[in-house]
Ligand binder design. Structure first.
Ligand code: GLN
Length: 190
């Protein structure tokens, strides 16, 4: 059975674990390297990417995370998690590093400069109907490499992307009980 880790340094870890639980998938918190080693797939939650970056360094998890993600571990990043998956980051904090893996440039707090938080119904490639997107000081994707598929956009800015086994959203599919995005990740990336 697939074990999906949720990086549990900071952010909305519980919401992701609850979504995995509703889908009948084994989820587990990841704070240490041994816990990461025990996972087949990973979720990088929403929260604050600068805090997660600093804590990952402190806990000596940044390099192991990079190795696993670049080594092909299926990974879903939501909001701050999207920032962490970006190969290139704009408007990061001073010195801010990412895990990387997804060939995209992400602008941190991009929507935040226009409107701090908002909710909107989105069409997502591969899903029927619409998904209710909750955006909280959200990033957007500024530019993607040729291997990246854009799954959803707001005002022309990609807010959902997938590249092979990696998927990222600017919004928080974990905060409402609609688990289709997690299902899509499990079905198409894992
Ligand atoms: N603005 C946050 C960051 O840079 C992301 C916000 C969120 O995850 N809701 O990490």
């Amino acid at each position: 059975m697939t074990t999906v880790g949720v990086l549990a340094l900071q952010g909305d870890v519980r919401e992701h674990l609850a979504a995995l639980d509703r889908l009948g998938v084994k989820g587990t918190s990841v704070r240490r390297r041994e816990e990461l080693d025990a996972c087949d797939a990973l979720v990088l939650p929403g929260g604050e990417s600068t805090a997660m970056w600093r804590l990952a360094r402190t806990f000596e998890l940044l390099d192991p995370l990079r190795e696993r993600v670049r080594g092909g571990m299926p990974t879903l990043g939501t909001c701050a998690g999207m920032v962490l998956l970006a190969d290139r980051l704009l408007d990061g904090a001073e010195g801010q590093e990412t895990i990387g893996g997804l060939d995209m440039t992400v602008r941190r707090n991009a929507f935040g400069r226009q409107t701090e938080s908002f909710e909107t119904d989105l069409e997502v490639a591969g899903l029927e109907g619409t998904v209710h997107g909750v955006f909280i000081r959200a990033p957007w994707v500024e530019e993607v490499g040729s291997g990246v598929e854009v799954l959803a956009s707001v005002d022309g800015h990609p807010v959902g992307v997938r590249q092979d086994q990696l998927m990222a959203t600017s919004f928080h599919p974990e905060v409402n009980a609609d688990d289709r995005l997690h299902r899509l990740f499990l079905d198409t990336c894992c």
